[in-house]
Every structure is written in C-alpha cells, then in structure tokens.
Design a protein around this ligand. Structure first.
Ligand code: G1P
Length: 303
C-alpha cells in the first residue's frame, strides 16, 4: 500500500520574508519561475498522491487560485497563440476534487496544523510535505516523496526524511536519535527517539528531520492531546516520539539537495541552483557570477 493522501501545511505567516509576504502567502514566493507551493504539489502528485489537503489560514486564498482555471488568462494566451504556456497553465489544475482545504484557525504549531487535517485524511497512512523545504532530487533520481513512497511500499512503517547537519545547527531541526542497529538498507535508520530543536550539546545525533514525512494515522490522537513543546507550540516531532511507542519510525536518507526556503539565504541558493539547471539561464548567469565573484573577492571589498 502507498500513501494516497498528503497534507501540506500552509498557514504560516512568513514573517522571515517581510515585507514580501505582507499581503502574499510565503508559499507563493517563486524559485526561478514557480511558486514554492507548486514544487510541493508537483512532488506529491509525482509520488502517486491523489488527495492533497492544504491546511491554510486567513489571507491564503491565492494558493487555491493558483491551482484553478483562469478563463480570461487562458483566452488571452489562446488569442496570442501561446499554446505552450497555455498548456503549462492548464496542467496546473489538478483533477477536480483532488485539492482539499481546511483552516488552522490558531497558530499553535506544525503539529496542530497537521491535526487540523484529521477528518480529511481519515484512518490511512498519509504524507506531509513542508513547502519551505525545497528538495531537488539527485540526477536521475525521482522526487523525494516518490523515493519515500517507494520505500514505504516495502516497509509499511512511518518515516521522515533526514539529512546530516552541522552540530551547531541542531536547534533548528527535529533531531533523530538512531537505534544502535539501524536495520534495513543503509538509507533507513530506525529511530529510538526524536527531539525537537535540541541545543547542540544535548542533541542525540546530527540527523535532522527535513519536511517530508509519511505517518500512521494514529498520530492524530497523539496530536489531539495538544501538548506543547519547543517554542510553546504543538510539535509534530513530539507526537512522533510518542507514536514510536506503538510503531517503529524510520529516518530516510534521501537522494537530493535540500534548500531551506524559509530562510533568505537558502531561498537565494535555491533560485541560483535551479536556474543553473536550465541551459539558457546558465549561459547568462555564469559570466555574471564570475564578475560578482571577482568584485566581491577583490582586496578592497568583502565587507
Ligand atoms: C519544522 C519541524 C522540524 C523540522 C523542520 C524541517 O520546523 O518542526 O522538526 O526539522 O521543520 O524544515 P520549522 O522549520 O517549521 O521550525
């Protein structure tokens, strides 16, 4: 069995990107030519997900509009014979009824956002994708959620994407405490604990949770207890730590590069790296980057 449902929490205020996100959802920030939300939705669909639940908040209507038809725009593109772009715009609209919406009425944390989707998910394993984490797959690799769903088909256990981070960065992530015997393939690490944002000196490892999860539905009861953790919020990581008493949880070392698009520098890196993937852009960007490098490394600059 593969997960057929995904939850995408999109209620966050995006304060780190103000003023850009004052009137616009942070998930509409574009990396090259697509908004972050589109990368997440396309990744979910590529993995075979059939139902996508957006957990939204006030002011996020634009996200629903992005995946809907825009007749006047389509008419204009047709008149101008821009068939290619017309196809791209139309391909953005998922099969009717596949996108579902619910609201997180209070900003109580990621765990609470996921819990808000419980009635729409039902009693089945489901995926969670955090659109701030843009994960670009390695060359020849499928998108990360597809890698995870393929693995889930064999394992049938909850799992989270993980990557190794610097010791000083553990307080930005959920951190996995690996069991001595990892078991399975070397891409899977069985967890014996999970901690949200531990201080570097307390972190059980450097294995950080990245925003891709496949979870057993029993997590909803645990989230429903609404226990607050790090930052005074209901943390998904804490509920997973409790879920581990009932079911094993695995860390999944994905193939690909993760960009933290919730951070201004990570966001710029994503733009650069993905622009470089396109030949026409690369040819124009490389000389420019060379000039920038020379300019900023010149002796009299660098401050
Ligand atoms: C969330 C999760 C954290 C995870 C991170 C990945 O934190 O709570 O466990 O490591 O996403 O990006 P946030 O970045 O929302 O603070």
């Amino acid at each position: 069995m593969r997960p057929r449902t995904a939850v995408i929490p999109v209620a966050g205020l995006g304060t780190r990107f103000l003023p850009a996100t004052k009137a616009m959802p942070k998930e509409m920030l574009t990396v090259v030519d697509k908004p972050l939300i589109q990368y997440a939705v396309e990744e979910a669909l590529a993995a075979g997900i059939e139902r996508i639940i957006f957990v939204t908040g006030r002011g996020k209507e634009m996200l629903a509009d992005h995946f809907d038809y825009v007749p006047e725009l389509e008419g204009a593109l047709r008149d101008r014979k821009r068939e290619g772009m017309l196809q791209q715009i139309r391909a953005l609209v998922p099969t009717p009824g596949c996108l579902l919406f619910t609201r997180q009425n209070e900003p109580l944390g990621l765990g609470h956002a996921v819990w808000c989707a419980r009635h729409l998910v039902g009693n089945v394993p489901f995926a969670v994708l955090l659109p701030d984490d843009l994960v670009w797959p390695g060359a020849g690799e499928p998108p990360v959620m597809q890698q995870m769903c393929d693995q889930f088909e064999q394992l049938q256990q909850s799992m989270v994407a993980i990557m190794t981070v610097a010791q000083k960065e553990t307080d930005k992530y959920g951190i996995l405490d690996p069991a001595e015997q990892a078991g399975g393939t070397d891409r899977l690490v069985r967890a014996k604990g999970l901690v949200e944002k531990p201080a570097p000196h307390n972190a059980p490892s450097r294995l950080a949770i990245i925003g891709r999860y496949i979870l057993a539905p029993e997590i909803f009861d645990l989230l429903g207890q609404k226990k607050t953790g790090a930052g005074g919020e209901v943390q998904l990581t804490d509920a997973m730590a409790l879920l581990m008493r009932q079911h094993p949880i695995y860390g999944f070392r994905f193939q690909g590069t993760r960009f933290d698009c919730g951070d201004k520098v990570g966001f710029q890196m994503a733009n650069l790296a993905l622009a470089m993937e396109q030949k026409e852009m690369r040819e124009r960007l490389l000389p420019f980057l060379g000039e920038q490098l020379a300019f900023w490394t010149a002796e009299n600059k660098g401050t």
